[in-house]
Design a protein around this ligand. Structure first.
Ligand code: ARG
Length: 592
């Protein structure tokens, strides 16, 4: 593993050094280098700095320029000039671009360094609810969470996954009581049940028990007593509860599997996993005065959280009937994650509609001392998935759309797209099916990951599987096209770089973009914004397309060295696309 400094970082450093030599009182000021249309980079930082120090920006810029060696053999910077009121326009040498890329290409990690000061992130994502159907909200948490997990791990962070499934609550009283009275309802006729069957068993049971619950007051009372038994840890009741959890897990895993996502059983620690801590959590909160009794309930109050009537809205940690709710569980989970798992960061990939809950939970944990300045608690809050009509996604009957149906439809449509184009490539039926799956699931994930998580987005399958525009299919085709060129070239070894060659504009643009991969990743890992990685990859595919249109690869006019150098760019572009897409959880078929 060699970490390769990007040209942007190298140039920034050179300018910063020249700047502090020209103006020692500026200290270690950042020249604020950006990619630019006019040259390769533009440094904008001098302007504000000169103004602050009451100097003349153009004079300062000229002094900085004088202090930077340019041209000459081996120089990174080819040209640097002052422009406008005091910007610097900087062009790097072609040779420097290819040399840097060659260092990236020589490294398995494409020169991406491990981040400084990594710690342990406990990430809470993919948390559906037992005995309930998964919906698009669960999709978002799973997709965004899985991508963040991969990205963080890639930067060297230790990541512990926690799937905080909803596996506890009063609804289990009703379900268990019904199962006791109808003992064979969850029996499996044949050995293996599919996820679909498991969910339909649970649905049937839920509807049937609900009907009795609503119609029969005596059953209602028995169900209520069953909740008490469950909370008291009665063995028979717990065993039945476990059957519901297990049946649900069959279903969850089938959906995660369809999503091409690796969710591991030991990481599934649902609400019930903290039962043993709830009492202590509440006791500590009460003893320390963080929580107080109000109308019989144990509550935490906040100055800035008020209802529409102006009255404070508390976080209820224990209800007046003695039951513990969602908040008690989350507070206990924080204690566990910080004290036992050693978390330095708690990351929650949860719907934005739960933001108030997390705000109150985090603040409570701070008051109780369970979260201190050394531990960051962050909700990566995501927006709502909307239908084409711009309203929260529902079926025509007003029911929430089943996630499985959506995924199946996405795969079906993607398969049609793949099939249509398959003749040219000569794909077998098995390849069409496999690619259709990878394209369809990729399309759903990419649509989710390519808009900023906090925004709502429209679930539009037509758009998602379109070959044009910002879609995963477009990226997958770009990748497959590169692979096809590399296959045609038929080289056994990775193509060699030729830094001595002059580059065409499209080659430079592609090269400079490839060089930014590590920086984009580190930004994404820090800001929890996977959409920036998606945007980077989309731009990469676009720049590759421009390069492909403008620069013949196998028939390059400049002879064998240029063919090799262009193949080298193709190869690095493919590897970067592949790596980036893998971090987003999206496959890149070799032939498409
Ligand atoms: N099961 C919850 C839901 O479906 C999400 C759980 C989020 N995680 C947490 N620690 N509260 O809305």
């Amino acid at each position: 593993m060699t970490s390769v400094p990007s040209l942007a970082a190298t140039v920034n450093q050179r300018v910063a050094d020249a700047l502090s030599a020209a103006l020692p009182e500026a200290g270690a000021a950042d020249p604020l280098l950006r990619r630019s249309d006019r040259a390769d980079f533009q440094a904008n930082g001098l302007l504000a700095l000169a103004k602050k120090l009451k100097g003349n920006p153009r004079e300062l810029a000229a002094q900085v320029v004088a202090g930077i060696p340019t041209g000459g053999s081996g120089a990174v910077i080819k040209e640097i000039e002052v422009s406008g009121p005091g910007f610097l326009n900087i062009t790097v040498a072609d040779e420097a671009i290819i040399k840097t890329l060659a260092e990236r290409a020589a490294d398995d990690r494409l020169g991406v360094p491990y981040a400084d000061g990594t710690g342990t992130t406990v990430i809470d994502y993919a948390q559906p609810n037992v005995a309930k159907e998964m919906h698009v909200g669960h999709l978002r948490s799973a997709v965004i969470g899985a991508a963040m997990t991969e990205i963080l791990e890639f930067t060297g962070e230790k990541v512990v996954r926690r799937h905080h499934i909803g596996d506890w609550g009063t609804q289990f009283g009703m379900l268990i009581q019904y199962l006791i009275e109808h003992p064979h309802e969850l029996d499996h006729k044949s050995g293996e049940v599919s996820g679909e069957e498991a969910m339909s068993n649970l649905n049937r049971l839920y509807k049937a028990s609900r009907a009795v619950f609503d119609a029969d007051p005596e059953f209602k009372e028995r169900a209520r007593r069953r909740v008490v038994d469950l909370q008291a840890g009665d063995a028979e009741t717990l065993a039945l509860w476990r059957r519901f959890v297990d049946e649900s897990k069959i279903y969850f895993y089938s959906v995660f599997n369809k999503l091409d996502m690796d969710i591991r059983d030991p990481d599934v620690v649902g609400e019930s996993g903290y039962n043993d801590m709830l009492e202590e959590t509440c006791r500590i909160l009460e003893e320390t005065g963080v929580a107080v009794r109000s109308d019989g309930a144990l509550c935490v109050f906040f100055d800035d959280v008020k209802g529409p009537d102006g009255n404070p809205v508390p976080l209820i940690v224990k209800k007046s009937n003695g039951g513990y709710g969602y908040a008690a569980t989350d507070l206990s989970a924080i204690r566990d994650r910080v004290q036992n798992l050693g978390a330095s960061t708690l990351l929650y990939v949860v719907d934005a509609r739960q933001s108030l809950h997390f705000k109150m939970v985090f603040e409570t944990a701070r008051r109780a001392g369970w979260l201190d300045g050394k531990v960051a608690a962050v909700q990566l809050a995501f927006g709502t998935v909307l239908g084409k009509d711009g309203k929260p996604f529902k079926t025509r009957e007003g029911e929430t759309v089943r996630l499985v149906d959506l995924l199946d439809e996405a795969v079906e449509r993607a398969t049609a797209v793949v099939r249509e184009k398959s003749e040219k490539v000569g794909l077998s039926e098995a390849e069409i099916v496999e690619n259709g799956y990878q394209v369809g699931i990729g399309a759903v994930k990419y649509a989710d990951l390519s808009t900023s998580a906090s925004r709502d987005y429209k679930f539009d399958l037509d758009q998602m599987v379109s070959l044009h525009g910002d879609t995963s299919v477009y990226l997958q085709y770009a990748y497959a096209r590169i692979q096809s060129i590399l296959r045609k070239a038929g080289e056994e070894q990775r193509p060699a770089a030729h830094p001595e060659l002059a580059l065409a504009p499209a080659e430079r643009a592609l090269g400079l973009h490839l060089d930014q991969f590590a920086e984009v990743l580190s930004e994404v890992a820090e800001s929890y914004e996977p959409h920036k990685l998606a945007a980077y990859l989309y731009q990469l595919a676009s720049l590759y397309t421009a390069f492909y249109d403008q620069c013949p690869v196998l028939k390059a006019e400049g002879g064998a060295a240029q063919v090799a150098n262009r193949l080298f760019l193709c190869d690095l572009a493919a590897r970067t696309l592949h790596q980036g897409m893998a971090l987003l959880g999206i496959r890149t078929p070799e032939r498409l």
